[in-house]
Design a binder for this molecule. Structure first.
Ligand SMILES: *[C@@H]1O[C@H](CO)[C@@H](O)[C@H](O)[C@H]1NC(C)=O
Length: 328
């Protein structure tokens, strides 16, 4: 009797086949898992590489900045600015007093956002706009600036200056010749800032400072501009023209008394910055949108010291050099 026993034979090729098919089974069964795993791994490596490179770049940037190298490329965005406005010398400022929220022609008070004490006054704002457009139209070498910030939360993020500009447009006041010489200054929150910030805005556009200024406001505010604000920045009075427009029927005693009081406050706080001062509080109250006006100190380095200047006694005049100092 022959008993044949089949012993399992060691067979190399079959083992390899088995191993291969095991791998194959693993691959086919977990194909998705494998792919996800590999992708995740690659992404992790990539992330680590990019992250470390960014870190390097930041380090270099900081070093260069500290050393002041390549400051023209690491500066404040000059390379992103449009072309300078050329050939203008005179600055024409329209000081804004309220916000035109839209409508037909600005004559109806319901088109405006005004304070109680401004009731019955809106036609004066329209006349201020017209006077500014006229002054700028007469002088082809002038720049027209509407100046006034986002002073009212109820108007949302709309500045007085932009609203005046839009009203001027609605009134068809612009000619193609004047439009390129027109801009807004959207940070000023009082008359001193109307003057100084508009000068800064002039410099932003032209890279020069105005050789003369025409400012349009209420006639009864003229002493404030001449005696307080011009003096504060030592701007030569003979290069300054004031166009004052009050209501035809004149202003009442209450308004004049109020202005006399306001001027007294400016007398003791020439730059409107005294801590705990009334003027500073007003500025804060007129900035619900928390707009920062510090940019002017960067765009106008020649004004940087003046813009940061705040004498503790309130009345010591700024003694530093200013672009118009020579001509005094
Ligand atoms: C002003 O506008 C309001 C609302 O549109 C209107 O009721 C009113 O009659 C207008 N006033 C004048 C003087 O036109």
């Amino acid at each position: 009797m022959v008993v044949s026993i089949r012993l399992p034979q060691y067979n190399e090729s079959s083992t390899r086949r088995t191993r291969r098919s095991t791998l194959w089974r693993l691959w086919t069964r977990y194909k998705k898992g494998w792919i996800i795993g590999v992708v995740l791994f690659v992404e992790l490596v990539r992330f680590l590489l990019v992250f470390s490179r960014d870190d390097d770049a930041r380090g270099q940037w900081a070093d260069k900045y500290v050393e002041g190298e390549e400051s023209e490329n690491l500066g404040w965005g000059e390379e992103n600015l449009g072309r300078e406005v050329r050939g203008v010398k005179r600055l024409v400022i329209v000081t804004c007093h309220a916000i035109w929220v839209g409508g037909i022609d600005g004559k109806n008070e319901t088109e405006w956002m005004i304070e109680d004490f401004q009731t019955g006054e809106v036609d004066i704002y329209v006349r201020h706009i017209k006077a500014g457009v006229e002054a700028a139209s007469e002088d082809a070498e002038s720049l027209l600036v509407f100046s006034g910030g986002e002073t009212k939360s109820a108007a949302g993020p709309l500045s007085e200056a932009e609203s005046y500009y839009r009203l001027a447009h609605a009134l068809h006041l612009f000619t193609p010749a004047l439009l390129p010489r027109t801009t807004t200054e959207i940070h000023a929150r009082d008359s001193y800032q109307n003057l100084v910030f508009s000068i800064a805005r002039f410099h932003e556009l032209t890279n020069t400072y105005p050789s003369s200024i025409t400012l349009i406001s209420h006639a009864f505010k003229e002493p404030r501009f001449l005696r307080n604000h011009l003096r504060a920045i030592s701007y030569p009075e003979d290069k300054f023209q004031f166009i004052g427009i009050d209501p035809e029927e004149g202003v009442g005693d209450a308004v004049l008394k109020g202005e006399a009081r306001t001027r007294q406050v400016w007398d003791g706080d020439l730059y409107g910055c005294k801590s705990e001062g009334e003027l500073r509080r007003k500025r804060q109250g007129r900035n619900p949108g928390r707009r920062w006006d510090g940019g002017y100190g960067v765009s106008c380095p020649e004004l940087g010291e003046l813009l940061a200047y705040c004498p503790s006694d309130g009345v010591s005049e700024f003694g530093g050099e200013l672009p118009w100092s020579e001509s005094v």
